[in-house]
Design a protein around this ligand. Structure first.
Ligand SMILES: CCCCCCCC/C=C\CCCCCCCC(=O)NCCO
Length: 587
């Protein structure tokens, strides 16, 4: 009797608990669903407003200038355009409106622009009234910036719906500096969601296409810059690079991109997913059709105003002596890092670059990257030292870009099942793939503790020292390296998910904090594709298969080469890039 009352009570308590839990769960699910739905509505409106604004602008500008006038402006490179504007040949307003028209027609094809920067018009008008244009080294030059650059009264969402209409109170340092130099920031460009993939888009603004093949990706995360500049809609743009986001889209879109040493250009006022990384050193950098424009940009931006606005930037002006150096350099070259085997077109591009640089008088010597796998372990462990907490946090209530889903799933995977997981990943890939299993176990590892992180940082310093010890050689020390910017060239978007296989060539120089830039050298030929048919990679695993499949239909697409120098030798890196481009010519 007593027992049965007790068990009855127990049942009631249990039932109530179950009921409460279910109710609570339902409320949470419903409220998340509602939040997400509200966000989606907001996103749709945000996109529609912007489309409308661009359409109106296009119509307003339609009859302002003749086709010939526009063609004349669009036919100039940045250096020519600035000097024409300084001489009063074209007003800054006319240049701006011509580029607005061109950029909007680009975005209709590739979806590369997220917003028009409306204050540009007032700025161009003001410049037009100035009596001494020669004091502005970038006079009247329209400049595009990646969406994550802070601009007063505009939002910078990094592809997150919850950040819509969260307006910046001020311009970021780079934009302030650009304006002080007479440049006219005129559009913001698309990026991959939270800038944490090499794909092209996000659920808020959609995907961006490659201007050379609309069904293919332009690469990321500075995808909009790649597509816009590659499509002729901007002469100079700025991206960000944490693993390859400037150099990779440059490579895929056939343009030049430069990642300087960290702390030479100011990051202040930019929006990013993970503030606080030390050895994963995000940088900003210029992207353009030619190296001359990159040089013009770096030379002008490294100015007293930037050093004043951001006291943590090394106050080191552009080193003309280093840039102007004409002595033959010893340059190491490699076509393969031994980890991700590049497709034949990419290897051929490096060999072409080697010949070209030899013709320009440099000494090229074979080079082998020391222990890329170690660099990879360090990069991943440091990049996700928090077990991906921050990534997961900012993606709450958001629609997650399909390209990011595999990464996020791994970050959520219970660590206790990690070992089993690696085993299953091995099985699923049919082939034995130690690197894919390791990738998995690096990502399912939860938050590392402080001693582990300090240890990783210390080991990174060791790796850095070891890396540069290989530049000391009996026949003479190396001044620079050339190599692939990626194992792949442009292909269908869906092949650009497995970040590790795509990123090893660029992320290495983020870990090492080297200046590095990409120069277009050739285009994929049918012979490259015929050779690709026998490609098996180094592991014959799913990543290798993906690399091959991604590039199978790439005839005619651009192929770049990466140039690298020691930290703080940014000007020397630009020198090598310029020599390379001079001998290759503009593609
Ligand atoms: C030898 C080193 C090999 C490293 C391979 C690392 C794989 C990491 C996998 C996944 C991590 C993906 C996160 C990095 C993407 C950054 C893209 C970027 O630059 N965003 C610019 C934002 O400013």
């Amino acid at each position: 009797m007593l027992i049965s009352t007790e068990s009855k009570n127990c049942n009631i308590i249990l039932l109530t608990l179950c009921g409460l839990t279910t109710a609570y769960g339902t409320v949470i699910v419903l409220s998340n669903w509602r939040k997400n739905r509200q966000l989606r509505k907001k996103a749709l409106k945000r996109r529609e407003n912007e489309q409308l604004c661009m359409q109106q602008l296009l119509e307003q500008l339609a009859n302002n200038y003749t086709k010939e006038e526009q063609a004349e402006i669009l036919g100039l490179n940045a250096v020519e355009l600035v000097s024409a504007a300084q001489q009063g040949k074209f007003s800054p307003l006319k240049i701006l409106e011509t580029y607005w028209t061109k950029a909007i027609s680009c975005t209709k094809a590739t979806n590369c622009i997220t917003s028009v920067i409306k204050v540009a018009k007032a700025e161009a008008q003001e410049l037009g009234a100035c009596t001494d244009p020669s004091q502005f080294p970038l006079f009247g030059l329209p400049v595009s910036v990646k969406e994550c650059y802070g601009i007063k009264d505009m939002d910078a969402t990094i592809g997150l719906m919850s950040e819509i209409n969260n307006l910046d109170l001020d311009d970021c340092v780079l934009v302030k500096v650009l304006k002080s130099l007479g440049a006219v920031p005129f559009v913001k460009t698309n990026l991959s969601q939270i800038t944490f993939s090499l794909a092209s888009g996000n659920p808020l603004f959609g995907d961006t296409s490659n201007p050379h093949r609309l069904e293919f990706t332009p690469g990321g995360s500075s995808s909009g810059e790649g597509a816009l500049i590659g499509g002729g809609g901007s002469l100079l743009g700025f991206g960000t690079d944490t693993g390859g986001s400037i150099r990779f889209p440059s490579h895929l879109c056939g343009i030049c991109g430069f990642k300087p040493t960290c702390n030479r250009l100011s990051l202040a006022g930019l929006h990013g997913p993970i503030p606080g990384h030390v050895n994963i050193a995000t940088t900003i950098g210029p992207m353009a059709r030619d190296v001359d424009t990159l040089v013009l940009a770096m030379r002008s931006i490294l100015c007293p105003l930037m050093f004043e606005l951001d006291p943590y930037i090394v106050p080191m002006p552009f080193d003309e002596k280093l840039f102007g150096c004409t002595k033959p350099l010893r340059i190491g070259y490699y076509v393969d890092d031994g980890f991700n085997k590049p497709v034949p077109a990419v290897q051929r591009a490096v060999m072409m670059a080697k010949k070209h640089l030899e013709t320009s008088g440099h000494i090229l010597v074979p080079y082998k990257i020391p222990n890329v796998e170690r660099a990879w372990e360090l990069f991943m462990s440091l990049c996700f030292a928090d077990g991906g907490k921050r990534c997961k946090e900012i993606l709450k209530n958001e629609d997650i870009d399909p390209v990011l889903v595999p990464l996020i799933q791994k970050l959520y995977f219970p660590k206790c099942l990690g070992k089993l997981g690696s085993f299953l990943v091995n099985l699923r890939n049919c082939w034995k793939s130690p690197r894919i299993a390791k990738d998995f176990s690096l990502l399912v590892e939860k938050e590392r503790n402080i001693s582990t992180v300090w240890n990783l940082e210390a080991q990174t310093f060791e790796y850095k020292a070891k890396f540069f010890s290989t530049w000391v050689q009996p026949e003479g020390n190396l001044d620079a390296l050339i190599g692939p910017p990626s194992a792949m060239v442009a292909g269908p978007q869906k092949h650009f998910e497995d970040t590790t296989a795509i990123l090893s060539y660029t992320a290495l120089y983020v870990l090492l904090n080297c200046p590095a830039g990409c120069v277009p050298v050739t285009k994929v030929t049918q012979d490259d594709i015929d050779a690709l048919k026998n490609y098996e990679g180094h592991f014959g695993d799913a990543w290798d298969k993906n690399t091959k499949d991604a590039c199978m239909d790439s005839v005619g697409l651009p192929v770049g080469v990466q140039c690298i120098t020691k930290p703080w030798k940014d000007e020397l890196c630009l020198r090598v890039m310029l020599d390379l481009q001079k001998s290759v010519g503009l593609l």
